[in-house]
Ligand binder design. Sequence first.
Ligand SMILES: Nc1ncnc2c1ncn2[C@@H]1O[C@H](COP(=O)(O)OP(=O)(O)OP(=O)(O)O)[C@@H](O)[C@H]1O
Ligand SMILES: [Mg+2]
Length: 335
Amino acid sequence: MIACAPCNLIGGSPAFLAGLELIRKYATCDFAVLIQGETGTGKELAARAIHYLSARRDLPFIGLNCGALPDNLIETELFGYLRGAFTDAKETRIGLVAQARGGTLFLDEVEAMSPRAQVALLRFLQDKEYRPIGGAPVRNANVRILAASNADLTTLVARGVFRRDLLYRLDVLSLRLAPLRERAGDVMLLAEAFVARLNQQSNGPAKALHPAATSVLNGHAWPGNVRELENLMQREYLLAAGRLIDIPQFADHRAVAANGPEPEPFVIAKARAVAQFERAYLSALLATASGNLSLAARMAGKDRSDIGRLLRKHGISRTAFLATDGPVASEASRK
Ligand SMILES: Nc1ncnc2c1ncn2[C@@H]1O[C@H](COP(=O)(O)OP(=O)(O)OP(=O)(O)O)[C@@H](O)[C@H]1O
Ligand SMILES: [Mg+2]
């Protein structure tokens, strides 16, 4: 598994790794990046990754959800205003561009900007200068612009609802995040990483995915992408009565087979299925044995050294499964 430590991105599929490589490259410069992808594919996480891998990492990362902003507020939000600039301006307010100074301004859901807001933003991007409302002198902006969109902006330009000149200013560098259904192998990596994180956050005994979960999770089309998977794992983790997390069948479980990606070569598909099975099996085994290696080996009918080797192969730590009390725990803690 590849995990990008400073940016919390998890994945190992070719599509994910290609995106990660671009993120790393884009972090070395100051050009605007347009991040496009379906909902839940990790656009905001990618924007944060670019910022935190860049030389601007110690300065602010400021986000603006363009979709949530009323048409007439874009300029006051971005540029701020001086006291008395208009009737309600009781105090001077610093805008997001000034708040992000030296850092990154992330414009989320740019596809939702009104024509008027698009003009205001375009003017700012052209000059890299702004003037707080109320007549203060023009100020230079030192911000890196990252933007995200759920919709394909080229299509919106063709339909006449998004300005072509604004698209060019935002889309100097492009990052397209693949939907989860096109990231072969990442579903299980992510599911297991989410369970590991939930185990760390919980005070109870460690839980693990039921071995049967693999085929259910891999058979789903994930229209909500990583967010859908993350939410599902949180829900099922909470609902699991014992130490094994069951994943109920999805209503659309045939969808991927019908519309999904091309089949891959047999050896690759088999190797992945075996690795997924081993990880799920080991996690379930350790959860049942409360992290006790000898007990786990006995239950599996394998040598202790074989189980140890498999755990190292998959980077699974048995300590995460140690029970906090009871006889098994005290036995385990002596190992
Ligand atoms: N590669 C990944 N590794 C780990 N977690 C991820 C990854 N991609 C996304 N996530 C998680 O999935 C959730 C959705 O990600 P994010 O908010 O970045 O998606 P988005 O593309 O901005 O979605 P939307 O278009 O709906 O705003 C977040 O909780 C995020 O932490
Ligand atoms: Mg988002």
